[in-house]
Write a protein that binds this ligand. Structure first.
Ligand code: SF4
Length: 426
């Protein structure tokens, strides 16, 4: 589920840092240990000749080095024998994906464009991850798919067709790269001047609200989120992990019982007719079925509420009548409502509601007893709506190609196509 993070339509000039950091490491042909379940990790060490009776201990050691310390180099794993470190290195990798682009907003929001190698016959793919630091917490918004099969009309990712599902390794890699870049591992330093929470973990919350519909990639998402919440590794509480869905009704109960994280619903409309247009999966699973599935979400209570995401679209879904209907619709569901000022993207068919109207809407739902914060506009200067960094990368590639072609024409050469795998803008 992709959400917009912005309110303003203008970008302040000269305050954005757009950096292309060096590639941390590039995943090669060796299988990665990242994103493997404990059982898979056990099979992996068995496959390189670790005796049965040592497997549990070795898995525990590796888990610690990989997820607590963030090591990407087997040679630093000092409680593993030199000979075994060599065998691990010969057979496996812990390399991070290639980092294509990093953007840092003046408000501390960070966006990363990461490139993963092809799986099978396909090309390398690029996905986005966003970090939002706030007072007392740092939220990482991660992607589950490259593109999306759904075509929610307010969502920029919805304009990009699905390329493929991300693997558990690629989902977890987004958290690892973010921790690398923020210096969020015990022996790492946070970059000078970085805006991060004053105390506690730099990444305290993970939301699966980036590119894609996570419940259409259930097994890999489940594996990744169980790794993220493993108490001896990344150790994120399931209360601080939120999976956001557009409303894949048959999978909602399964997500609750098998993953057990918090749930968010990309709602955005209170009538089927309008929701069919904004979130077309509603034609398959209309509001009544969706809300019934929410009522049955395992573990639902006042301490474990469902978040309903509601993007504010001018003259479309933002009337007081809509607010009243919303309150009626959610009656009896322990819920929070997140009001999201729409962040228009080039060609988007909607405008953001006027601030005054957003406040009228928010006042009504607040008075009805729903904690409904208006999500503070973030990352206004860095294309913060999901899917836009990928477009920015493509724009950079185009501009570089044009420059290259112009240079070649000047030199009397024939223009050549750049390699699809070349870093954007290089
Ligand atoms: S499910 Fe809808 S909102 Fe989520 S990424 Fe796909 S198109 Fe966007």
């Amino acid at each position: 589920m992709a959400v917009s993070l912005d309110l303003t339509q203008t970008r302040p000039a000269g305050r954005t840092i757009t950096a292309r950091p060096p590639v941390v490491a590039s995943a090669g042909a060796k299988p990665s240990l990242l994103g493997m379940s404990r059982r898979e990790l056990a099979e992996a060490v068995l496959s390189i000749g670790v005796p049965d009776k040592q497997v549990r201990m070795r898995v525990s050691q590796l888990w610690h080095w990989i997820y607590v310390r963030g090591f990407t180099d087997f040679d630093r794993m000092t409680n593993v024998s030199k000979e075994l470190r060599q065998r691990l290195d010969d057979a496996f990798t812990l390399a991070r994906p290639e980092l294509v682009l990093e953007q840092i907003s003046v408000d501390g929001t960070r966006k990363w464009l990461m490139r993963f190698p092809s799986r099978g016959a396909g090309k390398p793919v690029e996905i986005e991850t966003v970090y939002i630091p706030e007072e007392g917490r740092g939220t990482l918004c991660i992607s589950s798919q490259v593109g999306c099969t759904l075509t929610c009309s307010f969502c920029h990712t919805g304009t990009q067709k699905l390329v493929r599902n991300l693997t558990s390794e690629e989902i977890i890699a987004q958290i690892m790269v973010a921790r690398d870049r923020l210096g969020d591992f015990p022996e790492a330093d946070t970059p000078q001047g970085a805006i991060v929470p004053g105390e506690g973990r730099l990444i305290s919350n993970v939301v699966m609200m980036g590119m894609g519909e996570p419940l259409y990639n259930f097994e890999e998402v489940k594996k990744a989120l169980l790794i993220a919440s493993d108490g001896e590794g990344l150790s994120l509480s399931k209360r601080r992990i939120t999976l956001s869905t557009s409303g894949v009704v048959p999978m909602i109960e399964k997500a609750g019982s098998e993953i057990g994280c918090m749930l968010a619903i990309s709602l955005h409309a209170v009538r089927d007719e309008l929701r069919n247009e904004l979130v077309p999966i509603n034609k398959k699973y209309p509001l009544k079925e969706l809300l019934d599935a929410c009522r049955a979400y395992p573990g639902l209570s006042n301490a474990k509420r469902i978040t309903f995401e509601y993007v504010m679209l001018k003259g479309v879904n933002d009337s007081l009548a809509d607010a009243k209907e919303l309150v009626k619709l959610l009656k009896g569901i322990p819920a929070k409502i997140n009001l999201i000022p729409f962040n228009p993207w080039p060609g988007s068919p909607y405008d953001c509601s006027d601030w005054e109207q957003i406040e009228i809407f928010a006042d009504y739902v607040n008075r009805a007893g729903y904690a409904s914060p208006i999500r503070t506009p973030r990352g206004r200067d860095i294309f913060a709506a999901c899917g836009q960094l990928k477009s920015e990368s493509e724009r950079l590639k185009r501009s570089e190609r044009e420059k290259l072609e112009a240079a070649q024409v000047t030199a009397g050469e024939q223009p050549v196509e750049p390699s699809p795998a070349a870093p954007a803008g290089s």
